[in-house]
Design a protein around this ligand. Structure first.
Ligand code: FAD
Length: 372
């Protein structure tokens, strides 16, 4: 059996790293360098470091708390995490994974897949260097891990994502203290644009990573947002498309497997996909190694585990739609205290912890509410 891998981001690199060269693979990446251009803030839960132990080398910050604020920086909620939350250098993780795998597989950098078509069960892949691959479903699996752009996914399945924004961010110095070193600030507001949210994350080296996601005028809104702070030094701007809700997701199509953002492995609220992508890739690598040449079984088992992962998160997406547009702000405004604070066991499933205090206020007790 052979793998054809399209896109080398964290999801496919984790898969190839775990396969450890035991499966033949041909990989295509459109960029010249792995991990560049950078796009990700890199906020991940402890789980990512367990799934990809070498990620520990790339930690840039460590956090115990997220404070959710409105557009006037009024605190809406405070989430304390039982597990550590980290900022990692995503590009650095990608490069470390790549250094380990580059001699084990055939890798073509700067080669973009421009089209995939199916004809009598044979899949035809066309690259920008006019290479044509004809792939039989009996001998190969295609791993489509093209990230949030999902151009090939859309063309193949006709499905589109429900909601997405463009995110832009920079690392900068701020002369006054904005937040504690272990606290991330996230701002939600639908006043400016649907899906508008912003983040301020302190780094261990004294810089702040400030970013903003919006469905419209993202650069203008970001530059306006930056003016709030007394910024002294800005490093480069970076960012990209963030999926906020993958909608009805298909995980396989013929002998094509959708992985990472392309497979809709993102968590509610922020659209962060690093941990879930790494989880899906790790499970897929185990399925492939256990069922080496049985392509049908690999596709079936991947579909099965992906649905289990999705089920855990689908409630979160529904809660997100209700909570942040309606319930959270309204009910918290009506509370006799300025905001709610609660402990959250699982960074990747925050929505569950946000919903209980905002919907079922009778469950609140003295420990859940902090008066300021
Ligand atoms: C601004 C921003 C902030 C984010 N912050 C966080 C965060 O804090 N925490 C978190 O967990 N997640 C975050 N994310 C999301 C996270 O970056 C993604 O979930 C993650 O990168 C998904 O990994 P992937 O491997 O699926 O895709 P990617 O990492 O996007 O990799 C896809 C790769 O495929 C290549 N490619 C695409 N199309 C083709 C083609 N046709 N042919 C060849 N190659 C192709 C691309 O060049 C790229 O290298 C953020 C995203 C953005 C944009």
């Amino acid at each position: 059996m052979k793998l054809i891998v399209i896109g080398l981001g964290i999801s496919s690199l984790t898969l190839l790293y775990n396969l450890n060269g035991r499966v033949d693979a041909e990989c295509f990446e459109e960029d010249v360098k792995i991990g560049e251009p950078e796009h990700c803030t890199g906020i991940v839960s402890e789980k990512l470091l367990k799934l990809i132990p070498l990620a520990r080398r790339h930690i840039l910050g460590k956090y115990r708390r997220i404070v959710i604020v409105d557009e006037n920086f009024r605190t809406l909620a405070e989430l304390d995490f039982r597990e550590n939350v980290y900022m990692v250098d995503r590009g650095g993780i990608d490069r470390s994974l790549y250094n380990d795998i580059e001699h084990r597989y055939r890798i073509y950098l700067k080669e973009r897949i421009i089209n995939i078509t199916t004809e009598n069960r044979i899949i035809k892949i066309l690259t920008n260097r006019n290479r044509v691959l004809k792939i039989s479903p009996d001998s190969s699996i295609i791993i489509l891990s093209e990230g949030a752009r999902r151009a090939l996914y859309r063309r193949l399945t006709g499905k589109t994502e429900r909601r997405y924004v463009y995110g832009i961010q920079c690392d900068c110095r701020i002369s006054s203290k904005v937040t504690d070193p272990d606290t991330i600030i996230v701002m939600y507001s639908h006043k400016y644009a649907p899906g508008y949210f912003a983040w301020i994350v302190p780094r261990e080296d004294g810089y702040y990573r400030i970013g903003l996601g919006s469905s419209t005028y993202v650069k203008y809104r970001f530059l306006t947002f930056l003016k709030i702070f007394n910024i002294s030094r800005i490093r480069k701007l970076f960012g990209g498309k963030i999926l906020l809700d993958p909608g009805k997701q298909t995980f396989t199509y013929h002998n094509i497997i959708f992985l990472g953002d392309c497979g809709g492995f993102i968590k509610p609220l922020t659209g962060g996909g690093n941990t879930l992508s790494a989880l899906a890739s790790t499970l897929l690598s185990r399925i492939i190694l256990k069922n080496n040449n049985d392509i049908r079984m690999i596709l079936l088992l991947y579909e099965y585990v992906s649905n289990i992962i999705k089920r855990r998160f689908i409630r979160g997406f529904n809660i997100q739609r209700i909570v942040f547009s309606k319930i959270l702000q309204r009910s918290i405004n009506n509370l006799p205290v300025p905001y709610v604070a609660f402990t959250c066991n699982d960074y990747d499933l925050q929505t569950r912890y946000v919903l209980n205090p905002s919907l079922k206020r009778r469950y609140l007790n003295d420990r859940d509410i902090i008066c300021r």
